[in-house]
Structure formats: C-alpha cells, structure tokens
Design a protein around this ligand. Structure first.
Ligand SMILES: C[S@@+](CC[C@H](N)C(=O)[O-])C[C@H]1O[C@@H](n2cnc3c(N)ncnc32)[C@H](O)[C@@H]1O
Length: 478
C-alpha cells in the first residue's frame, strides 16, 4: 500500500513566537481562544501557535479516537507559515511514535498526571518532551514556546508546572520504556507469534523516524543525473542497489523543496512500494488493471516505466480516485490525450459492474490491509486498529483475490501486495487462495524483497530502509 507523502514530517523545525500573537491571545476565554485559533490563520514566526495547534491535534487523536490525517487536514491550513505547519507535523509524528514514553515520564514525575479531561495539557507536555528527545530542538526556545503555548491553551495557571517538567526532562532525560510499549496487547502478541525472532526489531523500527525515499522518473532523467541535480541543491542521495528508480535521501525535507518534484521528475515513495513495479513487470503495451489504485503511487510508477501500458485504475473510493488523477497529471500533463488510462470508481469485487469482459494481462491487487508495516509513517494505526478489523480485512482481501482472478487472462500474472506484516493477511491469505484456485501458481521472488514467507516474500519495517511489505506473484496457468 502506498504511503502517501503529504504528511511526511519535515526535518529540523525551529522554535518561534510573536509578541503580537501573545497580545492577541491574552484576555480571551479559553473557548474563544480555541475558536480563534481554529478559524483564522496564525501569523508567521509563531512558536507557541504551532505547539498549541499540535497539542489540540494530538488530544483529538490520542484521546478522542480521531485520525491523524483527518486532524492535520483540518488544522494545518489555519497556520499561514509553512514552517509552522512543518513543526506541527514533526511534533505530532514524534509524539505518536512513542506516546507511552512521554506518559511514563508524567507518571514518574507527577503525583497526579493530567487525565483525559486535561487532554490538551497532557499532549502539550508530550510534545514538549518530544522536542527535546527525539527532535532535539534548541532547548531554551522550545521550552519557552511550549510554556507560552500552555497560556494560549488557557492554562496560564499551569505554565510554571509545564516549565518545571520540561526543565527536568532537559536535565535528567526521559525514563526508558520498552520499544513495544505502545502496541496494543493483541497486536503485540500477533507480531510476536508471526515473527518471533524479528519482533523486537519490528517494534524498534516503528519508533524511529523513517527515511525519505524518492522515485526517479526514468523517462525524464537517469538516476545518476537526478543524484547530480540533488547534489547541486545540497541534498545527499544514495541509489538503492536493487530498486532501479529508488534514491535514499540522507535527510528528510519538505516535498516542495525537492528539485524536480513539481514537474514530475521525482516523486516521494518508499522503497518497498517501489518494488511492486518490478514484481508485476508488465510487458510493453500490456492491458493492466490496478484494482485498488488510490492515491496512485504504483499506477504512476508503472506508467513511468512503461507509458505504452493500457492501464485501468480502479478504486472503490471516488474521492481518493481523484487523487490518482492528480498524481498521474503531475507526471503526465498530457493525461487526457497521451497514455491509455481509464479511471473507474467501483467496487472491484463487483466485477459485473465495471469489467468489459476483455481479460487483463496483468493485475495488481495492492489490497486494503491493517497497515501494520507502516506504523512508523502512520503511527496512529496502532491506536485505531482492532483485532476484529483484521478479520474483516482478511475476508475482503480473499473476496478481492477471487473476483480479480476471473478478469486475468490465462498466462497472465496477478501481484498481491500489502503493507501488512501479519501472516493472516499475507502468507496464509495467499496459501488459502492457492488451495482453492487450481489454475493459480506462485512464482519465486528475489531474496532482496525480504524473508521467504509462504508463497511470497515479506520485508519487515526498517529492513533495507524500507517499510514492511508483502509480495506474491501468481501466474494463471493456461
Ligand atoms: C493500499 S491502498 C492502495 C494504494 C495504491 N495502490 C497506491 O499505490 O497508491 C488500498 C486502496 O484500496 C481501495 N479499496 C478498498 N476496497 C476496495 C474494493 N472493494 N474495490 C476497489 N478498491 C478498494 C481503498 O479505497 C484504497 O484506496
């Protein structure tokens, strides 16, 4: 599954704040301040405003079950300065990768830590800790801006306590916690069952900030030429030895600052997602179905590799399908007249509703899944996922496999991929499919794609720098 880049936390946020903002904020009720902060763009050069904004976002995600993406989409436009927006994202991601660590500090250092009713104060303290470790912002300015944010949130009377706790964290460092502390019991147990030898590394990788990977559009420039362009802009990049279009950046950065992003010469896409194009490897001119296409990262990659494909990109979610159109248009400004692409909003399992009966040469099923392989990029997955969701996803994946198999021509190839690390969604899913589908045969995959796992291969989070991802290549016999 594609890791959508918009919320890639940028590096090196700074700590800023304006006197004007403080004056405006003072003298209003907490509720009034809250409304004001969420309805008018904050002025630039604010240190307190982005921290107050991040505390609210985190409160909604951690205490009210909201999704991080949805909260950021709502909150970020309220901040006028891109540096403020970048700081909010960096703070939210850093906290959500290990909230248990910050909660442990409050438990150790406070006789009565703030509870859910004081959610914003609690999350403000979390992000105060996170900016000291792991973000390592300049401590003096970061603490001062966080204390100011407490006042903005109507916590003037607790500003001294915020200051004291952050100073203590600065002096003593945060108490250590186990890297698996933030996983719900059921999911931790499943990962330990499925990957007993690798589970600790999986948990450790999910705490770390993920690297930034670029995909070079090989139709526009070679990977070496791209490394040269990046180098001229002061950006260090390393070519991956196996994925032909992948570049690993040594430092993450805002997408818009990447030379070549706007004109489609480079895109942001994790290594593991990029490997899907190699696994499917459709021939020139092939009729290809991308059955779960949105937001379109893999469809775009397939077309970059082979513009002569006749591609049908399908997704059940019409709004997300619009993102496929936007993605493809950035890469192919001649989308309407150039490549042979059809975008369809439909449920892939209801084949009679959308299929014209002409078989596909290749089908990509990048299936909806638990996203347990990309927790480092979507850390709130652990908060929202329930055990019953996995059972429901396994059932949908099986339906998708059965339905899409009927659209594949004899001799054709279906690639099943997920960004899950759970065997039920991956090896066991494909084993069950092979057992009930006599004309399906799994083909071997190269070892660099990860651990051999049933009929496919599994890369675990952080291995070779990539996200957790499963691949299986299934051939329809004649
Ligand atoms: C893992 S994401 C796909 C990512 C995409 N392949 C990419 O590279 O950008 C899974 C997608 O499956 C879609 N989906 C879920 N159930 C579906 C169904 N029954 N039919 C078609 N699409 C479905 C979701 O809307 C979601 O966009």
């Amino acid at each position: 599954m594609t890791k959508t880049p918009p919320h890639k936390p940028p590096s090196a946020p700074d700590a800023r704040g304006t006197a004007a903002e403080r004056r405006r904020s003072a003298g209003r009720s907490p509720e009034r301040r809250r409304q004001s902060a969420s309805s008018t763009p904050a002025p630039a050069a604010s240190g307190a405003a982005p921290r107050a904004c991040a505390a609210r976002v985190l409160d909604a995600v951690l205490h009210r079950g909201r999704s991080l993406r949805a909260e950021l989409v709502e909150a970020l436009p309220m901040l006028a300065d891109p540096r403020d927006r970048a700081l909010v994202e960096a703070l939210c991601f850093a906290v959500l990768r290990q909230p248990g660590r910050y909660a442990a500090a409050l438990t150790a250092w406070m006789p009565k830590p703030p509870g859910r009713r004081d959610g914003e104060l609690r999350t403000l303290l979390y992000l105060g800790f996170a900016q000291l470790d792991p973000l390592r912002l300049p401590a003096h300015a970061a603490v001062a801006a966080t204390v100011e944010a407490a006042r903005m949130l109507g916590r003037r009377h607790q500003a001294g306590m915020v200051n004291a706790l952050l100073r203590r964290a600065q002096r003593e460092g945060l108490p250590a916690v186990d890297p698996d502390a933030d996983w719900p019991d059921w999911l931790r147990a499943r990962i330990r069952d499925d990957w007993p030898e690798q589970a600790d590394a999986v948990f450790a990788a999910s705490v770390a900030e993920p690297p930034m990977w670029l995909r070079v559009n090989c139709r526009r420039l070679t990977r070496e030429a791209c490394i040269g362009r990046l180098h001229e802009a002061g950006i260090a990049a390393v070519a991956d030895p196996h994925a032909a279009d992948a570049l690993h950046l040594e430092t993450s950065m805002p997408v818009a600052a990447l030379p070549g992003f706007a004109d489609g010469a480079v895109s942001v896409q994790d290594l593991s997602a990029q490997c899907v194009a190699d696994v499917l490897a459709p021939a020139a001119g092939a009729r290809v179905l991308d059955a779960c296409a949105a937001p379109g990262g893999k469809a775009a990659h397939l077309l970059e590799r082979e513009p002569s494909l006749r591609l049908t990109a399908l997704d059940v979610d019409a709004r997300r399908l619009e993102r496929v159109r936007e993605t493809l248009r950035r890469l192919h400004p001649d989308l309407e007249t150039g490549p042979d692409v059809r975008l369809l909003a439909a449920d892939a399992t209801a084949v009679a509703d959308w299929w014209d009966g002409v078989p596909f040469d290749a089908v990509l099923l990048d299936a909806p899944c638990s996203a347990t392989g990309i927790v480092r990029r979507q850390p709130d997955v652990r908060l929202h996922r329930r055990a019953a969701d996995v059972d429901a996803l396994v059932a949908v994946q099986a339906q998708l496999l059965d339905a899409l198999w009927t659209t594949l021509r004899p001799g054709g190839v279906l690639v099943y991929a997920t960004c899950s690390i759970l065997k039920a969604e991956n090896a066991s899913q494909v084993e069950a499919f092979l057992a009930r589908t006599p004309d399906a045969r799994a083909e071997p995959l190269p070892a660099h794609l990860g651990h051999a796992s049933g009929p496919g291969r599994q890369r675990l989070p952080g291995e070779d720098g990539g996200d957790g991802f499963f691949y299986a290549r299934l051939r329809k016999t004649g």
